[in-house]
Design a protein around this ligand. Sequence first.
Ligand SMILES: Cc1cc2nc3c(=O)[nH]c(=O)nc-3n(C[C@H](O)[C@H](O)[C@H](O)COP(=O)(O)O)c2cc1C
Length: 174
Amino acid sequence: MTKDVIAAILERRSVRRFQPEPVPHAAVGRLIDAARWAPSAGNIQPWQFYVVYNERKKKELASAALNQRFVSEAPVVIVVCVQPEMSASRYRERGRNLYAIQDSAAAVQNILLAAHGYGLGACWVGAFDEALVMEALDLPRGLVPVAILPVGYPAEENRPPARRPVEEIVHVIE
Ligand SMILES: Cc1cc2nc3c(=O)[nH]c(=O)nc-3n(C[C@H](O)[C@H](O)[C@H](O)COP(=O)(O)O)c2cc1C
């Protein structure tokens, strides 16, 4: 990792414009490795990662993502999926409805931070038609796509969007 974790947290931005250079397979492998080291409830790791280089499939993903074109413009797109029933088998409703989603969100954030650490850019795309993504990737029954992550070398540098002030979001109980 090239960046200090705090620097990566503070400097990471959503990137929606990419240079055309391909992302080396080894770099994608490092992103997946970062994802699989995310915490998960009971260490169940209910996730699956689809790494899409295929141009036609990337276009299908962009169109499933309400025509967010930058999805297909990225050299590689990682789709993070989850098997809620894996979490449900141990933790029932809470596993199915909460832990599985939280686990996959932690994996997504690890990918975004690792991408930044390796000089890549990415964006968490959550606005998509689930059924269309399932169809595009031919996902097996029980596997739910939770995030589409276009990844590439950044072709833009974005200013940090404002954050709500600390006083508005923190409640101290002494
Ligand atoms: C659950 C979730 C869904 C998101 N969906 C989209 C999306 O569909 N399209 C998009 O361009 N950005 C999407 N974003 C990125 C946010 O717009 C972005 O994180 C936010 O504006 C803050 O900017 P930053 O990531 O540069 O700090 C999503 C982020 C999250 C966490």
